[in-house]
Design a protein around this ligand. Structure first.
Ligand SMILES: NC(=O)c1ccc[n+]([C@@H]2O[C@H](COP(=O)([O-])OP(=O)(O)OC[C@H]3O[C@@H](n4cnc5c(N)ncnc54)[C@H](OP(=O)(O)O)[C@@H]3O)[C@@H](O)[C@H]2O)c1
Length: 327
């Protein structure tokens, strides 16, 4: 079968061929139809991820495909079912248990024609979605779902930028009846965020003190902030968050800054770390996606044999929403 693997020879990933796997007892063989790139994947293939990943690893945690064969004892899926990966293959339900093994780091990932894996680590696709759309859900959508959980009608939600997680957070916020405000770096992206339902967009480049602007626009601050910048944006998020509100700490895209503990303390706010979500969270999210026929926002679908170009585009942009690889 054709795959891509992490390259040590100068480019991020290189094509390779390997024997197609056969499913063991309890495993499912998936013919992968689409995969998608997350910020983490770029760090992994470029050697900037905090844990060591061996050369030759097949990248990507997120994918969707068709069940091609099942091993002995499999009961959750049948041949022909349309399935998606889970980011935490062993976190099935309940509170976060512990760090496990992930596809793309400790286990081979989804940038391949076939993958064999335990049936417990797969979920069924929402019926109305294409494989390309479904491949965007396992990490970015579920992270956004977890980050906005508890947000309801009348709440003010702030999302940062127009990347994978933030666009899903905007969509889920609107579904929940919240007023959604967004920051972005470009006027054109601001218009697109507005078309997706953002009531107000603040340009974080021309308005570096955007926290005060969010506070003014909302008359007291955002009830929930989806924090994807991390250390570099946290000071503004603390400025933006309402008294008693919550900052859902998702990412660390913006370097520098840090946290003024006194200021945070004075907001009486909560800082909550997000780690994607469990399989049961994923299934619950998919029900809502199915019921509302929500469609993921895809920047572009790149053919499988051009996967290196997909990574290059992910890195250099400009992009809006998810970058998908069609297999
Ligand atoms: N904790 C978790 O469970 C979890 C799960 C998924 C992702 N993450 C992390 O969350 C972050 C976002 O992931 P992603 O996949 O959505 O990334 P992404 O698609 O690469 O997001 C890129 C976008 O982020 C925006 N951005 C960058 N710096 C910004 C800043 N200083 N202020 C506001 N927006 C900024 C930009 O939006 P504009 O172009 O509009 O300016 C950029 O286009 C990453 O750090 C990722 O590792 C964490």
């Amino acid at each position: 079968m054709r795959t891509f693997q992490i390259d040590t020879g100068g480019s991020l990933i290189a094509p390779a061929t390997r024997p197609a796997p056969t499913p063991s007892a309890g495993e499912v063989l998936v013919r992968v139809k689409a995969s998608s790139i997350n910020a983490r994947d770029l760090l992994i293939v470029s050697g900037r991820y905090p844990i060591e990943v061996p050369p030759g690893r097949i990248p990507l945690s997120d994918g969707a495909g068709v069940v091609e064969a099942v091993g002995d004892g499999v009961s959750r899926f049948r041949v022909g079912d349309r399935v998606m990966s889970t980011f935490h293959p062993t976190w099935l339900y309940g509170p976060f248990p512990q760090w496990g093994e992930f596809h793309g780091t400790q286990r081979d990932g989804w940038l391949t024609e076939y993958i064999a894996l335990g049936e417990q680590s797969l979920v069924a696709m929402p019926d109305h979605l294409s494989f390309e759309e479904a491949a965007t859900l396992p990490c970015a959508a579920l992270t956004a779902w977890s980050a906005v959980s508890g947000v309801g009608p009348g709440d003010a939600l702030l999302v940062q930028g127009s990347g994978g997680v933030s666009v899903f957070a905007l969509q889920f916020g609107r579904l929940a009846g919240a007023r959604v405000l967004a920051t972005t770096s470009s006027e054109e992206k601001g218009r697109r965020l507005g078309r997706l339902g953002a009531s107000d967009v603040v340009n974080y480049v021309s308005t570096p003190e955007w926290g005060a602007q969010v506070r003014a626009l909302t008359g007291g601050g955002a009830d929930r902030v989806v924090e994807i910048g991390g250390a570099g944006t946290l000071a503004q998020s603390i400025e933006a968050v309402a008294y008693g509100g919550q900052i859902a700490l998702v990412g660390n895209l913006a370097s520098g800054g840090g946290m003024d503990v006194t200021r945070f303390f004075r907001r009486a706010a909560t800082l909550r770390s997000i780690s994607v979500g469990s399989r049961s969270d994923f299934e619950r999210m998919n029900k809502v996606i199915g019921r509302h026929r929500l469609r993921p926002v895809i920047d572009r679908v790149v053919p499988f044999d051009q996967a290196p170009e997909a990574f290059a585009h992910f890195e250099k942009g400009p992009r809006f929403g998810k970058v998908v690889i069609g297999h």
